[in-house]
Design a binder for this molecule. Structure first.
Ligand SMILES: *Cc1c(COP(=O)(O)O)cnc(C)c1O
Length: 369
């Protein structure tokens, strides 16, 4: 699914020397590479505040702490996504309110959001799934109408652009009050361990986020608010700083793989290839097909048996997860997400794929009966 070793070997000299510099200065916690990386990422994102932290899940939690949500407040999120969003909502004693997704974009179905808004709703978290933006324009309109916050989860779409109807573009993660991301090794911008970051245009909020990520202190041993201990290691920052320079070319390589899959697989009748939304560019964190006719698991086993790995993101929608069950959200409540959980399959896509691997995968797919 990924080739982190191959990717490392191509940039080994750059990465090794960046790591060596950290080892020599031993400033492992909040060292200079952290500031450098935050600055570089801010430039890449178009100049907003960047605050790094320990991982993408912490980034979501810190965002909700910084916005001062109170127990019982409701947060709207898609039901077909990674668990992290629901997890931090529940941990903070907020109430996750699920919305079904759109079967073509796999992201939150904008037409189903408004009916979930109540007096207790404080935020919407559109997750930019698989490398493509959710349709955040209409989401921002709703947020404005009801005075809600929008927190963008950009963990799978760092570098993607949202495209407005007038063709103006803005980077995913810069369109809400806060954007959050993850540098988990397999993400498009991956560290050699855990890492995360938050984005915001608001300077005061940025200061508050920085304080919360560091035990609620601005001044050492003076704790103004309850915080957490969530920092990006200096070593990881040094590595990420090198890899950030390659992020757009990595996206280019992923897009080339996706284009190849599109061309080869569009005639395969039992597969539906991923649609590209008109309102977003795609950085293809995943290339996810829908397998028709209830054949997904047999198809997956077949590919496995001939050495082709695939993954199911995600096999169980959040409302059917044991930890997140609630009344009124039984099987049948979110039919699109439930159907996707039974039929999606993500094919290998990464920066190191070669023509031989690609043709082997596509030829094998075409010969599945
Ligand atoms: C990976 C991911 C996260 C969590 O990031 P971690 O760094 O693993 O904590 C959150 N949301 C989405 C959509 C993700 O893909």
């Amino acid at each position: 699914m990924v080739d982190l070793q191959g990717q490392y070997l191509r940039i080994r000299r750059e990465v090794d020397s960046a790591m060596q510099r950290v080892l020599e200065t031993t400033d492992f916690i909040q060292g200079s590479a952290v500031k450098e990386f935050e600055k570089a990422l801010s430039r890449y994102m178009g100049g907003l505040n960047v605050i790094t932290c320990g991982n993408g899940t912490d980034a979501l939690q810190i965002a909700m702490m910084a916005l001062d949500f109170k127990p019982g407040d409701e947060v709207i999120l898609p039901v077909h996504t990674y668990v992290a969003t629901a997890e931090v909502i529940a941990l903070l004693k907020l109430v996750p309110v699920f919305v079904d997704v759109d079967e073509n974009s796999f992201t939150v179905d904008v037409s189903k959001v408004e009916r979930q808004i109540t007096k207790k709703t404080v935020a919407i978290v559109p997750v930019h799934l698989y490398g493509q933006c959710a349709n955040i324009g209409p989401i921002n309109d709703l947020a404005k109408k009801y005075s809600l916050h929008v927190i963008e989860d950009v963990a799978q779409a760092l570098g993607a652009d949202y495209v407005f109807p007038d063709s103006m573009t803005k980077k995913a993660g810069t369109l809400g009050i806060i954007g959050t991301t993850s540098f988990f090794p397999s993400k498009n911008l991956g560290a050699f361990g855990d890492g995360g970051a938050l984005f915001t245009h608001d300077f005061l909020l940025a200061e508050r986020i920085r304080m919360i990520a560091n035990h609620g202190q601005r001044k050492k041993y003076h704790h103004e608010v309850i915080g957490v201990n969530s920092r990006l290691d200096t070593l990881q920052a040094a590595i990420l700083n090198v890899k950030l320079g390659h992020l757009d070319s990595y996206a280019q390589k992923r897009r080339a793989v996706a284009d190849y899959y599109d061309a080869q697989l569009k005639e395969v009748t039992f597969l539906k290839i991923p649609k590209r939304a008109p309102y977003s560019t795609h950085v293809f964190h995943q290339y996810t097909v829908v397998v028709r006719e209830g054949n997904r698991d047999a198809f997956k086993s077949y590919l496995q048996s001939i050495g082709i790995p695939t993954m199911i993101y995600y096999p169980v929608p959040l409302h059917l997860q044991q930890a997140y069950r609630k009344e009124g959200c039984e099987t049948g409540s979110f039919p699109v997400s439930e159907k996707l959980s039974d039929s999606v399959l993500s094919l290998p896509i990464h920066t190191e794929m070669d023509a031989e691997q690609l043709s082997y995968i596509c030829d094998s797919i075409k010969s599945f009966r």
